[in-house]
Ligand binder design. Structure first.
Ligand code: MG
Ligand code: MG
Length: 248
């Protein structure tokens, strides 16, 4: 069931989303060569807890950490580890926070020091793909309009669109209906209505779209080893468009 949130619920979702946003800003200066992804995860968890919130992902279906830290060819669900970031890496950090029972969910991919021009454009185009998708979020449009726009933009820039993982509704659960794919056909899927809250999250690869899963049964990597980027915002559908909840 796709739920419509009340104004009060959207306020709480915005508070949770703002904690996620500020956790990203708090981590930003620490994303440098030499730091381990475990240290970044610890900093994120401390910050989230200092805001009277809890990390949504910790323990979710058995996920071991507060955040997902996915480096280079890791698409999503990377485990924070003793890996030390090095110059030229890219790291996708996915953060969820729960505040008074409501969740916020946002992922961002960061360059570590100076990265190759290819990785730089991957980050630029994936971030833009998120906003291209969001441009379709308004009442009377359909979920398929979002994915169609993202797919069209990614294809234009020769990037692979990951299909195995999708965006989703957000509310008192971190993952609710509906699924929000990053591909699809215009004018298909559920109708968007004011008060729906969804996470839009393109995952784009420099190479082919195919992915596989590591032995830890969680981490998704690109099959061809190409780098992957992930940008995500949780947004509320408004009267005539959308409002970003995982922002300032
Ligand atoms: Mg996320
Ligand atoms: Mg999400």
């Amino acid at each position: 069931m796709i739920t419509i949130k009340s104004e009060r619920e959207i306020e709480l979702l915005k508070k949770a989303g703002n904690i996620v946003y500020r956790t990203h800003q708090y981590l930003r200066p620490h994303i440098k060569p030499g730091i381990t992804t475990k240290e970044l995860d610890r900093l994120a968890e401390e910050f989230i807890r200092s805001q009277d919130a809890t990390p949504s992902f910790k323990g979710y279906e058995g996920f071991p950490s507060a955040t997902c830290m996915s480096v280079n060819d890791e698409v999503v669900h990377g485990f924070p580890s003793d890996y030390r970031l090095k110059e030229g890496d890219i790291i996708s950090i996915d953060i969820g926070a729960c505040y008074k029972g409501y969740h916020g969910d946002s992922a961002w991919t960061y360059p570590v020091g100076k990265v190759s021009p290819e990785k730089e454009s991957l980050l630029k185009y994936t971030e833009e793909a998120l906003f291209q998708g969001l441009s379709q979020v308004k009442p009377r449009n359909r979920i398929g309009d979002i994915g169609a726009k993202i797919e069209e933009y990614a294809t234009l820039h020769h990037l692979g669109v990951v299909r195995e993982l999708v965006g989703h509704g957000v509310g008192t659960s971190i993952h609710e209906e509906p699924d929000v794919p990053n591909y699809g056909k215009k004018n298909t899927g559920p109708l968007l209505k004011e008060g729906m809250v969804i996470a839009v999250e393109p995952m784009l690869n420099l190479g082919r779209r195919n992915v596989c899963i590591l032995d830890n049964d969680w981490t998704i990597v690109t099959e061809d080893g190409s780098p992957s980027a992930h940008f995500e915002h949780t947004v509320a559908v408004t009267k005539d468009g959308y409002q970003i909840l995982t922002g300032e």
